[in-house]
Write a protein that binds this ligand. Structure first.
Ligand SMILES: [Zn+2]
Length: 426
């Protein structure tokens, strides 16, 4: 099967090349803003005449180039792509209106906004990579050095060039590669399925293993505060201000890089270890609750959206499953032994005793059992997977009675697994 893969390279343009790259970024931003301006103007003129509005022909990149000849100096494909970006921003906005999500109206792009990006397509080998010399050819700019050991041999579809707040340049290369994707498994062993309870303090709590959320932001909180303070004291636009701005931006960049590496490692590990991973779906509200009462930097330490995207394609490429259970599923309040719901449970209760069957539960472990049972139910009933029971349980019963048995193992020092140490020594 053909899949698209992204490879991010840091590139090192010479002075001349960086001028050209900046010019392309500037022209793309200019065109985007011009097109947005046109859309806003036409809407104001024709909003009462829907037919005229929908059939209106907006100016093409070519027409804009005639009007503003300096646009001709940069990569034409990059300019054409801006139209797609604007279309996507509008679509995103309209979808938000339909679903009630707060998505803002497309915004004008600012020169001060980072990262600045443009996308261009590979047409007749206009984008090439020389793996020996470690150089990438970018349309209209030429061969630029990069530093990376990976050999890139698959056909290149497009690249997105970006300039960060610290004035570093990156190219995200999208290649199309042939990948052997195993067919989706149809039979799973219960022990190869993992359910996790998510919390801001411990990140993922499973039956036997636990993934700690590294404290990338929290560790740097003091430094960030100091650098913010220093920046605010400088005169805006001065050399000292620029130096302080770069310092702060580079701290943010470092944290984000570490976070991204860690997310890739963790999702890779999950997709290797298990045939199915079950998690609760978090929506924006859930995230707020997830972060409630905790400092803002904890929220920054974890990106649910990135995590979900990475895990999703990683399990998919291995023929495995990632199951999200409904966020209304009462994972904490449900007694995993008898199925009774404890409506008196509060967020601060770490342990509780079921009034119906008198089992005393550890809050998180009880939730894990419930999440896994619900996930197994979805795998069986909704996806049609056969799930074999855990083979060291001799008595196999219904989900409820089974779940309360040996499946829940006490945490031991050896059984506990943390990616934290591993990722801090990158
Ligand atoms: Zn009970």
């Amino acid at each position: 099967m053909q899949v698209k893969k992204g490879i991010r390279l840091q590139i090192y343009p010479n002075k001349e090349q960086s001028i050209l790259l900046n010019k392309t970024l500037g022209c793309c931003r200019f065109l985007y803003n011009k097109m947005l301006e046109e859309h806003v103007k036409i809407y104001a003129q024709l909003k009462d005449d829907k037919d005229a509005l929908y059939s209106h022909q907006y100016k093409t990149a070519k027409q804009y180039k005639q009007e503003f000849p300096f646009l001709k100096e940069v990569d034409a494909k990059a300019l054409q792509t801006e139209n797609r970006h604007l279309f996507a921003a509008y679509q995103h906005f309209f979808e938000g209106l339909k679903t009630g999500r707060a998505v803002g109206f497309p915004k004008f792009k600012s020169k001060k906004q980072y990262p600045q990006t443009y996308t261009t397509y590979n047409i007749n080998n206009s984008i090439r990579i020389d793996n020996q010399k470690r150089k990438i050819r970018i349309p209209k700019v030429g061969w630029i050095k990069y530093r990376d050991n990976r050999a890139i041999t698959d056909p290149i579809k497009h690249i997105t060039l970006s300039k960060t707040a610290t004035h570093k340049y990156f190219v995200a290369v999208t290649v199309v590669c042939e990948m052997e994707i195993p067919p989706k498994k149809t039979v799973l062993n219960r022990e190869d399925i993992a359910g996790f309870d998510m919390s801001a303090t411990h990140f993922l709590i499973g039956e036997r293993v636990q993934y700690e959320n590294p404290r990338f932001y929290r560790e740097e909180e003091k430094r960030l505060k100091k650098q913010h303070r220093e920046l605010s004291r400088k005169e805006k636009g001065s050399n000292n201000w620029e130096a302080a701005r770069l310092k702060l931006a580079s701290t943010y960049e470092k944290i984000n890089n570490r976070k991204r590496d860690w997310l890739h490692k963790t999702t890779h590990d999950l997709s290797e270890r298990y045939d199915a991973v079950i998690l609760e779906n978090l929506n924006i509200k859930g995230m707020q609750q997830f972060n409630s009462g905790l400092s803002k930097s904890i929220a920054l330490d974890f990106s649910w959206c990135q995590f979900r995207t990475y895990l999703d394609y990683k399990v998919d490429w291995k023929g495995k499953y990632f199951v999200l259970i409904d966020r209304f599923f009462p994972s904490s309040k449900l007694c995993s032994v008898c199925g009774q719901i404890n409506n008196d449970l509060t967020l601060s209760d770490k342990a509780w005793t079921c009034k119906h069957c008198s089992t005393t539960h550890h809050r998180d472990k009880n939730a894990v059992v419930n999440i896994k049972s619900e996930g197994v139910r979805i795998l069986q009933e909704e996806i049609g997977i056969v799930v074999y029971p855990h083979h060291d349980t001799s008595t196999v019963g219904t989900t409820g009675s089974h779940a309360s048995g040996e499946n829940v193992r006490p945490y031991t020092d050896t059984g506990q697994f943390s990616l934290n140490e591993e990722s801090t020594c990158l």
